[in-house]
Design a protein around this ligand. Structure first.
Ligand SMILES: [Zn+2]
Length: 486
């Protein structure tokens, strides 16, 4: 069973040392699982991360213009289905997890919840949501331009925002504001499917969106976390405030803690529904044999480096470091401490397949780390992270051709480069400067830079030389078909 929780940064989970009770169930599970201290995504956001999780393939390996899993590409689901597993996927309404991008491949049942009714009328939600129409009318634009002319832009923006918040109709429940189905609904459907599988081995993939912006967690989860009931009007105000484009970080910072509280309650919601799912697996005696991997497609930023949400413009730890917990039956007492080597998501699928005794396809770019996990043995492979810089809306194919943003991270250092003429590089010493506040090359960092640059060079060479031309062509044809059919 694979559970991916959208936007879940590692340092907001109890089992990674977070001080708020976001993950009581997962904390208990962690005590009998392998917990990877430095699990690193291969790309961010969702559309640059998932190919590595499901297909053990770097996100840009088929070319920057190819998105998702190519038709016919081997994935965890296709391999396990061929091995006789019943396969089911339940994804909570993420627009990039759909047949259009090939994620249904290998699944007997694929439910993407993209028909989830959007009851909210406002346009918030961060960079993964394609922008909607502006709410500003003609008159407002005229006033705004007048205010700008006499240097009162900030005042105008503030008043206009407060005015919009006043006239918006009252809402009685936070459920009416939610953009994605909450984990409870996804788990319900997964359970019905599990009941239909009967005696067959199964591969279940759940993708939960509860911590994703806009942050509208179910009230029960909010109450469990904070001891208070959620106020729907306040939650809406905070989300709208957080989404403002006219504010600089110091202005946004005033609401940061309250926004994080909503995000954390989203994590708590995922945690309690995963607990419910595991409880039902226990009751039906499926849990004894169930291998579980829990991770996230990327993290989330709360002004850590001046930004919000998770656009592909930075590869800082709050974006690239995610939880990774692997529970293996028979190893509950023997799950040893995992070394702090960075584990790329690229290695997850081959590792899981080896645990299940299934041969990994040769097309997988990662390798199994199962022996290392069992022995608590470190490994040397640095984790590579890549995406197209600033591509926040890949539904527009032209956005995808932005320069590559490339990160190489080993246990102690991270090198980040924007691959365009004249672009600067950044190098962080993660031991001395875990918050990545200053980039610099001196002392031991000089040697690290040389090493990481060499890894980057090898990676780029492999990307070009090892490209699967047929898979690329099939993916491009699928895209063209979608464009033609609208
Ligand atoms: Zn995502």
């Amino acid at each position: 069973m694979l559970i991916t929780v959208d936007c879940l940064r590692a340092d907001h989970c109890g089992f990674y040392g977070y001080s708020h009770p976001t993950t009581p169930f997962l904390d208990s599970l962690a005590s009998e699982s392998f917990v990877v201290p430095q699990a690193i995504v291969a790309g961010a956001p969702t559309y640059y991360s998932l190919p590595s999780i499901l297909a053990s393939r770097m996100p840009l390996a088929l070319g920057r213009d190819v998105l998702g899993v190519a038709p016919g590409e081997s994935t965890l689901a296709t391999v396990l289905r061929e091995s006789g597993y019943a396969t089911g996927a339940f994804s909570a309404g993420n627009p990039y997890i759909s047949p259009r991008f090939g994620y249904h491949e290998g699944f007997d049942v694929f439910r993407d919840f993209l028909d989830f009714e959007v009851r909210a009328t406002q346009n918030t939600g961060g960079p993964e949501t394609p922008p909607g129409p502006s709410v500003r009318g003609k008159l407002n634009r005229a006033i705004r331009s007048f205010a700008g002319g006499i240097g009162l832009n900030r005042l105008y923006n503030e008043l206009y925002f407060q005015y919009c918040m006043k006239i918006v109709p009252a809402v009685s429940s936070v459920d009416a504001l939610r953009r994605f189905p909450a984990a409870g609904m996804v788990v319900d459907e997964a359970q019905s499917w599990l009941a239909s599988v009967e005696e067959r081995p199964f591969f279940l993939w759940l993708h939960l969106m509860d911590p994703h912006a806009p942050y509208y967690p179910p009230n029960e989860a909010f109450r469990e976390l904070t001891g208070r009931d959620i106020e729907p009007g306040r939650a809406r105000y905070l989300n709208e405030y957080w989404n403002r484009s006219d504010l600089i970080p110091s202005g946004l910072r005033k609401k940061r803690d309250e926004v994080i509280e909503l995000y954390d309650a989203g994590i708590r919601s995922a945690d309690r529904q995963i607990a419910r799912l595991v409880q039902s697996l226990r009751q039906s005696h499926l849990w004894e044999d169930c291998v579980l991997a829990l991770t996230a497609d990327h993290g989330e930023e709360f002004l850590d480096h001046g930004g919000r949400y998770h656009p592909p413009v930075r590869l800082t730890e709050e974006i690239v470091r995610v939880p990774l917990l692997i529970r293996v039956p028979g190893f509950e007492d023997r799950a040893v401490k995992v070394p702090p080597s960075p584990m790329s998501h690229l290695h997850l699928a081959p590792t899981l397949l080896e645990i299940m005794g299934v041969q990994a396809p040769s097309a997988f770019q990662g390798r199994s780390l199962w022996t290392n996990l069992q022995r608590g043995q470190a490994w040397d492979d640095p984790a590579i992270i890549e995406c197209a810089y600033g591509c926040t809306n890949p539904f527009r194919t032209e956005n995808r051709s932005a320069p590559r943003l490339l990160g190489v991270r080993d246990t102690h250092f991270k090198l980040v480069m924007r691959m365009e003429p004249g672009a600067t590089e950044e190098l962080y010493d993660l031991d001395a400067d875990p918050a990545e506040t200053h980039s610099g090359v001196a002392g031991p960092a000089l040697e690290a830079r040389k090493r990481l640059l060499q890894t980057a060079r090898e990676h780029l060479g492999r990307t070009v030389a090892g490209r699967d031309g047929m898979a690329r062509l099939r993916a491009r044809l699928r895209e063209l078909r979608c464009e033609i059919l609208g």
